[in-house]
Design a protein around this ligand. Structure first.
Ligand code: MG
Ligand code: MG
Ligand code: MG
Length: 306
């Protein structure tokens, strides 16, 4: 068996990083000795916190894989979030919890469930395969689930996600509420980033029907901390709109403590935000009460209104 490269989406979040590590471990336990955990971008602060806590090294950074390389994809099924030459790679498996935006001309193992996190599916795969979950793997999994569900506050969170965290916390021997909040807060530290880096941290490029859009999400414990950079953020957003020929750039500044998002919207289709949420943008910004999930509360609603 040759090497199998395992990775998640571009601008990897904690789920993409942890699920690639957890998947590589599972593959190894099942006899695929050359499974390698990888990433296609920088490790964010939240993931850094988890890796340090668990004493685990970051997955290997891959830039361009040779045509024909065998890969396993976690936490995305969207071509736009994968390496440019994805069509030249051989996808062996996908484990994901998003909509499908990719197709292959060959059969593959495909496991998708509408749960809050890929690691929740990974937890089930360990159980189904009777593979032991050790303390480290449990820590990585529960961190991913807490990250994607914002400590169960996101509407994407299911009973399965919550139960998995409760079980995993016993194995990891930690207080998941305290640990989870510390981890989420570590992820909101953007003090060392440039405006360009902030605008790229968790940016997803997507088409809302015909509207070419980037939706970027930045978590914070206090919205005004981020809003004081509004002028600079807007300047950076305008640049990206021009470079990429976007119709809309949506920046969600998500308050992880109170579960709201302040939105900054720019581009010729900025009114799509007003239409979708019944708000009025003033100075390009508005508060979206109760909105925390890009996947469930932003992309589908804005697509419908586009
Ligand atoms: Mg993700
Ligand atoms: Mg995920
Ligand atoms: Mg996310």
């Amino acid at each position: 068996m040759g090497k199998t490269y395992i990775f998640g989406h571009k601008n990897p979040d904690t789920d993409s990083i942890m699920s690639s590590l957890v998947m590589a471990n599972l593959e190894k336990k099942l006899g695929n000795s050359e499974a390698i955990s990888c990433r296609t971008g920088k490790v964010n602060k939240e993931s850094e916190y988890v890796l340090k806590y668990a004493g685990v090294e970051a997955p290997m950074l891959i830039e361009n894989l040779e045509a024909g390389s065998e890969v396993i994809i976690v936490d995305t099924a969207n071509e736009k979030e994968l390496p440019d030459n994805i069509n030249e790679l051989k996808i062996k498996k996908i484990v994901d919890h998003h909509y499908v935006a990719l197709h292959t001309s060959y059969p593959l193992y495909y496991r998708a469930e509408p749960v809050g996190c890929t690691s929740t599916i990974m937890y089930k795969l360990y159980k189904e395969n009777n593979v032991e979950i050790d303390k480290t793997i449990a820590t990585l999994m529960l961190s991913a689930i807490i990250s994607d569900t914002l400590l169960f506050k996101s509407p994407t969170c299911t009973v399965e996600d919550k139960n998995a965290v409760i079980e995993l916390a016993k194995i990891a021997d930690l207080d998941y509420e305290k640990y989870g909040l510390d981890m989420l807060k570590a992820g909101t530290d953007i003090s060392s980033f440039t405006i360009q880096e902030i605008l790229n941290l968790d940016a997803k490029e997507t088409s809302l029907k015909e509207v070419k859009t980037i939706i970027n999400q930045v978590n914070t414990a206090y919205i005004p901390d981020v809003m004081k950079m509004q002028t600079d953020l807007e300047e950076g957003m305008k640049k990206i709109i021009e470079e990429k020929g976007l119709d809309l750039f949506v920046l969600l500044i998500t308050d992880i403590v109170n579960s709201n998002s302040q939105v900054i919207a720019l581009g010729k289709n900025a009114d799509l935000v007003e239409k979708s949420y019944g708000v009025k943008l003033e100075n390009n910004t508005a508060l979206l009460k109760g909105v925390v999930s890009r996947k469930k509360q932003v992309i589908p609603i804005m697509t419908e209104n586009a």
